[in-house]
Write a protein that binds this ligand. Sequence first.
Ligand SMILES: NC(=O)c1ccc[n+]([C@@H]2O[C@H](COP(=O)([O-])OP(=O)(O)OC[C@H]3O[C@@H](n4cnc5c(N)ncnc54)[C@H](OP(=O)(O)O)[C@@H]3O)[C@@H](O)[C@H]2O)c1
Length: 212
Amino acid sequence: MKVSILGTGRMGKGLVNNLLPHLEELRWGSRSVQRLTELIQGHAYRSKIVPVDYVEALEADVIIHAFWFRDVLPWARANRDKLSGKIMVDIANPFTEDFNDFVTDWGTSAAEELQKLLPDTKVVGAFKNTFFKVLEEPLHQGLRSDVYVTGNDEEAKRTVMELIEPAPFRVWDGGRLCNNRTIERMTLFEREVAVRYGNYPYVSFRMFGMNE
Ligand SMILES: NC(=O)c1ccc[n+]([C@@H]2O[C@H](COP(=O)([O-])OP(=O)(O)OC[C@H]3O[C@@H](n4cnc5c(N)ncnc54)[C@H](OP(=O)(O)O)[C@@H]3O)[C@@H](O)[C@H]2O)c1
């Protein structure tokens, strides 16, 4: 299975560092392949990384984007045909610029909007509640945090769960894509509380009572 991660920002880097050790090869995409090539010099798993642009990154079975919601929509629209039949993992939280609200309506979510735009692509939501600092240090007092994986295509959701499983997170079946209406709102609430208590951005969820 070929996997691509798109974007070299905070989440892109964190996802690469957590998923790459368990993959044979990863296509890592950026608007600037030159900048990316410099970035991965000296990376512990350099030999497994194929630096690519956002067109070459489409040559994968599973494509994980680490773009902002405002940027993923035009990119997805422009590449709709090439994304057909593939699994697209969506991590976006569609917050307003001031992080006080959502740019999406109540009755939808970023993941669903992406799925509407890409009807022939299997959109799977994941990592929405995991702030970037947690990707840098995934264990807190020896405990892993939760990643809720959602999708309307059961097989695609299972594929993504298996992909994440070796990484240091508890991976849960989060149900259908519409659950992202809740999951994405949980992230904004989580952020607000963490800011109030001085923990932001080292914050993620761990559901009490669930088995390891
Ligand atoms: N930050 C968090 O803790 C967190 C937690 C959970 C979910 N998320 C979600 O993860 C996504 C990424 O967040 P982030 O904090 O990693 O953002 P970021 O650091 O700003 O990175 C975004 C990346 O998107 C790429 N990109 C592609 N097209 C772009 C464009 N037109 N303009 C600007 N950048 C573009 C860039 O990579 P290249 O320069 O390599 O092209 C950029 O580094 C967001 O949707 C956010 O809601 C974030």
